[in-house]
Design a protein around this ligand. Structure first.
Ligand code: LMR
Length: 397
């Protein structure tokens, strides 16, 4: 029976790291998967994480199961971070949710919940979006469609087309947005655009769903939450998927969360029961360690300050590499205006490189970027940036 199984294609992002690891060329550069690297090309474990782990190891140990939706103490710190310390939502009883294995786990729990409870709803995704978004919803049996997001000629948000599209989405559908640091374009709405988008979505009767995986990588923890908070109106409904892979550097610990803001406490209880049902049939209950690290850091003033400084350092290094890439491309006379790269936010730059150019970079230079032309700017270092710019020059020349 099993001999009939066909080989699946490699994952568009994680598959590239497999190919990168197999590549024997010593000069190879991995600018594909969204993993932060420091100026030496290493992915450090943050100092606040090491200290939190030391404290956890010294304290009492409990390896029994967590509740299905995970730790409530963790849920509280997650909500404070996403909605703000002063948010009325925190004590409202209107937020259901779960501590999930990574942001991807949270997306999948939400997808299962939507499929079970709103079987007719379509989830609308930005064009383009993270390639795993359509896969996650497809795996849960949730139909997806796309709305315009990116204006290629101006390298900016296609706000008019996006608003017009929102007005034609059927009421009762779900619209997925990136809370900040849009993946792959690096282009986020301005405060005024968020306001327009939120108004249009609520007027249309859509359920907003924010994938919030890069808080702190754009302009700062509070600034990056502007979109999420604009959605938190008096009795509004909202799904938020948080990930701490990037901003705590906890990639392999798989630590994320789903928060579902409901219009009443009663609705939140019912939603919570349905989320728990989905989780029980999926992975039963979440892994504890990553969430314990995040909660320990966020509840301790000194660890939190250390974390915020380390996050600021990561953000500043990425933004400085963005500017340097623009400067080096310009200095080398590479055809084209790359100034847009400095305006993009988060880990990625949507470079405009075509599939063929991406392939040339990989084959001739051992430089790995995602097929859409998405470059992980956090993988650029003083040691590789010249070579990367030269190779881009050849690819586009
Ligand atoms: C990415 O987009 O590179 C990251 O979110 C990692 C992943 O799982 O794809």
């Amino acid at each position: 029976m099993l001999e009939t199984v066909e080989l699946a294609p490699r994952d568009a992002i994680l598959g590239l790291t497999v190919a990168f690891n197999e590549d024997p060329r010593p000069e190879k550069v991995n600018l594909s998967v969204g993993v932060y690297q420091d100026e030496h090309g290493r992915t450090p474990t943050l100092e606040c994480v090491r200290e939190a782990e030391r404290q956890l190891a010294a304290g009492p140990s409990n390896k029994s199961y967590l509740p299905i939706s995970g730790s409530t103490g963790y849920a509280e710190v997650v909500q404070r971070l996403a909605f703000g310390e002063q948010s009325k939502l925190l004590s409202s009883g209107r937020v259901a949710g779960a501590h999930t294995p990574g942001g991807t786990g949270g997306l999948r729990v939400a997808a299962d919940f939507l499929h079970e409870n709103f079987p007719k709803a379509t989830v609308w995704l930005s064009d383009p979006t993270w390639p795993n978004h359509p896969s996650i919803f497809a795996a849960a049996g949730v139909p997806t469609k796309t709305y315009p997001y990116f204006d290629q000629p101006t390298n900016s948000l296609a706000i008019d087309e996006m608003l017009a599209a929102i007005e034609s989405i059927p009421a009762g559908d779900v619209i997925l947005l990136h809370g900040c640091c849009h993946n792959p374009t690096g282009i986020d709405p301005t405060a005024k655009e968020w306001h327009q988008i939120v108004q249009a979505i609520y007027q249309r009767g859509l359920l907003p769903f924010l994938d919030f995986a890069y808080q702190g990588f754009g302009d700062g923890l509070e600034q990056d939450a502007a979109g999420v908070r604009e959605f938190c109106q008096a009795d509004s409904e909202l799904l938020v998927c948080s990930s701490f892979s990037k901003n705590f550097g906890l990639y392999r610990e798989r630590v994320g969360a789903l928060s579902v803001v409901c219009s009443t406490k009663e609705a939140a209880s019912a939603v919570q029961s349905q989320i728990n049902r989905s989780i029980r049939a999926n992975y039963s209950n979440p892994p504890a360690h990553g969430a314990e690290i995040v909660e320990t850091i966020l509840r301790d003033q000194i660890l939190r300050e250390t974390w915020e400084q380390e996050l600021t350092n990561m953000r500043n290094r990425i933004n400085s590499m963005r500017q340097q890439l623009v400067d080096v491309l310009t200095a080398k006379g590479v055809p084209g205006d790359y100034s847009f790269m400095a305006r993009q936010r988060g880990m990625f730059s949507f470079s405009g490189l075509t599939k063929d150019q991406v392939e040339l970079l990989r084959e001739q230079y051992a430089i790995y970027i995602v097929g859409s032309g998405r470059i992980n700017v956090a993988g650029l270092t003083p040691a590789n940036i010249d070579r990367v710019a030269e190779a881009i020059g050849v690819a586009v020349g």
